[in-house]
Design a binder for this molecule. Structure first.
Ligand code: HEM
Ligand code: 2DC
Length: 472
């Protein structure tokens, strides 16, 4: 018989003492490294308690498969407590990110049709393509401005604006104009607010937010300000679209945005639409922009791969005669590059689900209502699911093509019905961006600086990345 849950190795008895040690080791921004060293110490499963946060972490692909298979119709993951606390504090409704049960399911099914289904995603292409074209136009202007015929910069702020412009075009069918020289300060405030919101979340994962609120802790106050700014700005965008509909300023001929479709369908109450649209707007900034930054860094470090990728893109362009929807169907290596980037630089440190019945992991009986988390940093040999085990640290997009996608789809966006709602938007946005960059510029990097990873709720680079775009 399998062993009892209480025998799972780890430090899970003295939550507050553990939290103290964790904090002293700089753990709040180092979760991924501490996780790696715990797997070293305890083996492929360990149990942990930090403050009030209890978790079980697993790393083996077989255990991940067991966990994924056991999920039911209403899957739930760990609800980030400060995000829930903010909404309760301000009396705001939850969107799909935080809803549970049947309420989650019915909202999610309605949203899937407008955000994720193959029938609609093709219509996002022209909207996202425009934004990528503008980015390239801006890059050319920067190249011309510079006396050295190239653009060298830390692109993170440019990419934040690119990402927000992209997701807003798809959500609202409108441009914010973030890729021009003058940037609306309110949009910049939104971007800063999302970064601050993520940054202030990680220290509050382990302490009940109500406690921090009563202590009036700075982290809690900053977190509230950040969400306030996010909701205020999203509300303005939503009101604009709403007004346009009332004044019948929008035609239904071209794709007029996800929000428009949701409003005219009238299948979801306005408050629920607003809540989920706000989540998508916030979820669309740091995720894709940081991933693109990592992708460009990896390509700059692997000129050979970059050349093969460029050849693929240029051939696809010629064959499709500029038709981007067509082009997107024949860029296998580019798609593999994005998967490989997310394998080495995941956004989410773990994928987790609450168990609804007992499951056996590493021969331990895990009771219901525990949320085992699978280490998403698949770069460790142990964590590589069905991918060739060779040189897991190496950036090698072709490994995805050798394997074929039959056995293994990437897991960077999660799995099953609760996977990332923005997945198709994110993928298209990143594919189009990289296509346009590769058609125009060589991506280079000067110094061989080691860039590490920091946990800010999502995983991000721990220092600025300097890249150069040089005209072909
Ligand atoms: C959920 C990754 C971009 C909106 C998730 C999850 C992951 C993820 C791992 C959890 C899935 C699970 O538990 O199985 C990523 C990555 C991105 C990205 C790697 C880009 C590189 C976006 C974008 C949006 C978005 C652009 C908005 C348009 C959401 C939402 C959820 C979610 C709303 C919660 C869905 C639910 O609970 O039903 N994402 N994401 N994400 N993501 Fe993303
Ligand atoms: C963070 O221990 C570590 O996609 C925690 O676009 C467990 C955990 C739970 C939920 C995960 C979170 C981690 C990382 C960030 C994720 C989030 C679910 C959705 C969110 C993966 C792994 C993200 C970035 C969304 C955010 C949308 C939000 C800004 C409205």
């Amino acid at each position: 018989g399998a062993r009892p849950f209480d025998q799972v190795p780890g430090e899970w008895r003295a939550g507050w003492l553990n939290l103290y040690h964790f904090w002293k080791e700089g753990g709040f921004h180092n979760v991924h490294n501490i996780m790696a060293s715990k797997f070293q110490r305890f083996g492929p499963i360990y149990r942990e308690k930090l403050g009030v946060y209890e978790s079980v972490n697993i790393i083996s692909p077989r255990d991940a498969a067991t966990l994924f298979r056991s999920e039911g119709m209403l899957p739930e993951r760990f609800s980030v407590p400060p995000w829930v606390a903010y909404r309760d504090y301000r009396n705001k409704p939850y969107g799909v990110l935080l809803k549970t049960g049947e309420a989650w399911r019915s909202d999610r099914l309605t949203l899937n049709k407008e955000v994720l289904s193959p029938q609609v995603v093709d219509s996002f292409v022209p909207l996202l393509n425009q934004v990528s074209e503008d980015f390239v136009r801006r890059a050319w202007a920067q190249v011309r401005k510079s006396s050295r015929e190239r653009w060298t910069a830390d692109f993170s702020h440019e990419l934040f604006r690119f990402a927000l412009e992209s997701v807003c075009h798809v959500l609202y069918g409108e441009r914010l104009g973030l890729l021009q020289d003058f940037v609306d300060p309110e949009a910049q405030q939104f971007i800063d607010a999302v970064t601050l919101m993520f940054h202030t979340t990680s220290p509050m994962l382990y302490v009940p937010p109500a406690l921090l609120r009563h202590l009036n802790a700075k982290t809690w106050r900053d977190h509230v300000h950040a969400w306030d700014a996010i909701f205020t700005q999203a509300d303005k965008c939503i009101q604009n679209v709403y007004r346009d509909i009332r004044l019948q300023r929008k035609s239904t001929e071209e794709h007029t945005g996800i929000l428009f479709s949701l409003l005219v369908q009238d299948k979801l109450p306005l408050d629920d639409i607003k809540a989920s649209v706000t989540e998508m707007m916030a979820g669309g900034v740091d995720t894709t922009s940081m991933t693109l930054q990592w992708a460009m860094l990896e390509l700059a470090r692997s000129p050979g791969i970059q050349e093969r990728l460029r050849a693929e893109v240029l051939a696809a362009k010629q064959e499709a005669q500029g038709d981007r929807v067509k082009m997107l169907k024949s860029i296998r290596l580019l798609k593999a590059t994005i998967k490989e980037t997310l394998r080495l630089h995941p956004v989410a440190v773990t994928l987790q689900r609450y168990t609804t019945q007992e499951v056996i992991l590493q021969d331990y009986r895990i009771p219901p209502k525990v949320n085992p988390g699978w280490d998403g940093c698949g770069r460790k040999p142990l964590g590589l699911i069905l991918l060739p085990q060779t040189l897991p640290e190496q950036f090698n997009p072709e490994r995805w093509l050798v394997m074929g996608s039959k056995h293994f789809k990437g897991l960077s966006f999660g799995f099953g019905p609760r996977q990332c709602l923005g997945r198709r938007i994110a993928e298209l946005e990143m594919q189009l961006f990289l296509m346009h960059i590769l058609e125009n510029f060589k991506i280079e990097t000067k110094r061989a600086v080691e860039v590490g990873t920091k946990f800010d709720l999502i995983l991000v680079p721990d220092k600025p990345i300097y890249l150069t775009l040089r005209p072909l």
